[in-house]
Design a protein around this ligand. Structure first.
Ligand SMILES: Nc1ncnc2c1ncn2[C@@H]1O[C@H](COP(=O)(O)OP(=O)(O)OP(=O)(O)O)[C@@H](O)[C@H]1O
Length: 427
């Protein structure tokens, strides 16, 4: 059975011992597996103890507890260095329904990494990993995804990652920037036009929707589409058909929809600024992107990443500089951090980037009494509480849909909310 799977796969017993392994698994991990002896955590994490004793959730334990298949994103030590893997763990039963062991299938997540310079999306914080898990769930399906997050938090990068790991990845990824689109521009840009449709239309032109046929359309800042255009957008999304300006013929386009916004669309719906029907059409699978403030522990690695990306790989931030950065609020999120890194690298006279090289509003922060930069580490409970608190305040869907996205039962969700004294935002 294992050999018929084209992804890395193993069969393990409840004591974590690997009893069968396929070739893709052997090709992925550096350490040799001795079947009947090696344990999964030794091979994938080089840990002597199971993952749940080393600060990560253990899919085997979860699977044992629930008796059902479970999924989790882990950071594994592979031939390619540290690599995020999307893990599927399934119980395997004998003819009498007794559990024989567990089948673990792994899929490497190519678009993200915990290490600078190794992927497009860099991060390691719990909220970042939660996001990766949601991306991995949503990407292979054709469901409409709504990305919600502050400006500069990586929405476009995530949209691209969803496209790249979908079955449409070989087709076009078309970005439509909705901010500032007038009604005329909206129609001509999206749907195209026929020759002579309006003054200046000396030739016909295909629209972006046509270019996206077979691929993905990313509507950035969907909350900025004025009400008058929302109805046209809804018709396009409902039927997949549209009419180029000046044409009598309907055309069809088959695309996957990903939208992004930094606005609270649900609140806009309540105020009558955004159509409810359009909202439900675009919010098939909402994903909340953490702000940089919610993942401060990633700042040091992101700094390193941007030094490499901007051609300053030979430079380093001093601990004091990292400390100042770790205490800043980053209203512009990762985009702002990237700009700060590039600017301060250019200003530094040698390979060490010091507080004096930071923009003024950062370098004047008082760091007295804070001797060393230490990454902002949280306990797992604190991380869960802060993640749930953010979600509880902003999630727009039903408790059932939220529980499904989070991969827990509705009862578990309510139990956790109660534990941290949280209530879901009123819908
Ligand atoms: N996790 C990440 N790792 C590395 N770079 C990132 C990450 N997230 C975002 N970036 C970088 O930060 C910048 C801003 O990202 P992006 O444009 O995707 O944000 P956005 O949320 O779409 O912004 P806006 O709301 O302004 O449209 C880009 O340069 C992007 O490459």
């Amino acid at each position: 059975m294992i050999n018929a799977i084209d992804k890395p796969a193993i069969f393990i017993t409840p004591d974590y011992v690997i009893h069968a392994v396929n070739q893709p698994y052997r090709d992925t991990y550096q350490d040799d597996v001795i079947t009947g002896q090696s344990r999964c955590h030794q091979i994938s994490h080089r840990n002597t103890v199971p993952c749940d004793q080393a600060g990560e959730s253990c899919p085997l334990a979860e699977c044992q507890q629930s008796g059902r298949a479970t999924t989790v994103v882990h950071n594994h030590k592979t031939q390619h260095g540290d690599s995020y893997c999307d893990i599927l763990m399934k119980p395997v039963h004998d003819e009498d329904g007794m559990v024989l062991g567990y089948l673990e299938i792994l899929e490497r997540i190519q678009y993200a990494s915990s290490q600078a310079g190794k992927g497009k999306l860099i991060g390691n914080a719990p909220s970042f990993r939660q996001m990766l898990q949601q991306i991995s769930r949503a990407a292979p399906a054709d469901i409409a995804v709504l990305l919600q997050g502050e400006t500069g938090s990586g929405k476009e990068l995530v949209a691209q990652a969803i496209h790249d790991s979908s079955k449409r990845s070989k087709e076009a990824f078309v970005v439509i920037e909705c901010t500032g689109l007038t009604e005329t521009l909206f129609e001509s840009e999206l749907f195209g036009y026929e020759k002579g449709a309006f003054t200046g239309a000396s030739t016909s032109k295909k629209g972006l929707i046509d270019a996206a046929d077979g691929g993905t359309v990313f509507f950035d800042e969907i909350g900025d589409v004025p009400l008058s255009m929302q109805v046209k957008l809804l018709r396009l999304l409902e039927t997949g058909s549209y009419r180029p300006v000046g044409s009598l013929k309907q055309r069809k386009s088959n695309f996957r929809l990903v939208c992004a916004t930094h606005k609270n669309l649900k609140e806009m719906v309540e105020k009558g600024l955004f159509r409810q029907d359009l909202y439900y059409r675009i919010a098939g699978f909402p994903i909340l992107l953490p702000s940089l403030r919610q993942r401060r522990e990633d700042i040091a690695e992101l700094c390193h990443h941007f030094l490499i990306q901007t051609g300053h790989a030979d430079k380093n931030f001093t601990r004091e500089t990292l400390l100042l950065l770790s205490r800043y609020s980053f209203p512009g999120n990762i985009r702002e951090l990237r700009n700060i890194v590039e600017q301060s690298a250019l200003l530094s006279v040698d390979e060490l980037i010091t507080p004096a090289d930071l923009p003024m509003h950062l370098s004047v922060q008082n760091t007295a009494g804070e001797p060393e930069f230490t990454p902002h580490l949280k306990t797992l409970d604190e991380a869960e509480a802060s993640y749930l608190s953010d979600i509880a305040a902003t999630y727009d869907g039903t408790p059932e849909s939220l529980a499904e996205v989070l991969g827990v039962s509705t009862r578990t969700l309510y139990r956790k909310l109660q534990r941290y004294g949280l209530t879901l935002r009123k819908r």
